[in-house]
Design a protein around this ligand. Structure first.
Ligand SMILES: [Zn+2]
Length: 250
């Protein structure tokens, strides 16, 4: 970790220790949302919470594929349902890199908690858990060794806990190391990702619906490649859950 990242990490740890809002620095104890048990309310104050620009799930019926611009920007995808918390804008453009590269693990609880709140508001009835399994997008082992953790796994583990759904972090394996996808087009990403993932074992027959968790969805190529593999293995429905969606440029 670079020294700047270490200083950033220390700064945020200090804010957390002092009970101050991660975004504005206000005291959380005098300005919270009424409960100290929910992680989203132990990191940010009620004003910053209200200011978060989250997707309005009720308008899109909890599925971003219902939004024509998003649907058009994600052609030929193999997943059936897309649930994201927010567009990839501030403060998520600071939070996600801090989480991914600076080890701010407390953000995993914030993301998972916000996702779960939105999910439960939208889907009052939980999916039948005997047919649903949650997975996360795996890292290649070499990347995992360098980073030391898989950010998607840390979110998925907590999200599954909040929704009380089974989660398997060993079912999917990434066998192909790919370079950074930044700057690549959708078709370049798709060709790089061909056969990048395998299943460690067959799913039990009763698993029909997979909820696949990632941190950010940009072109959807990774999630789609995995969904294709899951469908080939007999899964009927794939829901992709990500903290953020990079909005298509108009
Ligand atoms: Zn605040």
């Amino acid at each position: 970790m670079e020294w700047q990242a270490k200083i950033q990490r220390l700064y945020h740890t200090l804010l957390l220790t002092l009970g101050q809002c991660d975004l504005c620095g206000n005291n959380l104890n005098s300005n919270n949302l009424g409960s100290k048990s929910i992680p989203s309310q132990t990191l940010i104050c009620s004003c910053c919470f209200t200011d978060l620009s989250l997707f309005k799930q009720e308008i899109i019926q909890g599925d971003l594929l219902n939004w024509p611009a998003v649907n058009k920007a994600l052609p030929n995808i193999h997943f059936d349902h897309l649930f994201c918390l927010a567009p990839y804008l501030a403060p998520f453009t600071q939070w996600l890199p801090q989480f991914k590269y600076q080890g701010r693990f407390e953000l995993a609880s914030l993301f998972a908690n916000l996702l779960a709140q939105q999910w439960l508001q939208q889907y009052l009835i939980k999916p039948a858990s005997s047919t649903v399994l949650m997975l996360s997008v795996p890292l290649h082992s070499s990347k995992w060794q360098v980073r030391g953790y898989n950010q998607a796994h840390l979110i998925a583990k907590r999200f599954a806990h909040y929704l009380q759904l089974p989660y398997d972090n060993k079912a999917l394996i990434r066998i192909k190391k790919n370079n950074s996808q930044v700057g690549q087009t959708g078709s370049q990403r798709r060709s790089n990702l061909g056969n990048a993932f395998i299943l460690a074992k067959a799913f039990p027959n009763d698993i029909k619906h997979i909820i696949l968790v990632d941190d950010v969805l940009t072109t959807g190529s990774t999630a789609s490649e995995i969904s294709k593999l899951l469908k080939q293995a007999g899964v009927e429905k794939v829901t992709v859950v990500a903290v953020c969606l990079t909005l298509p440029s108009s």
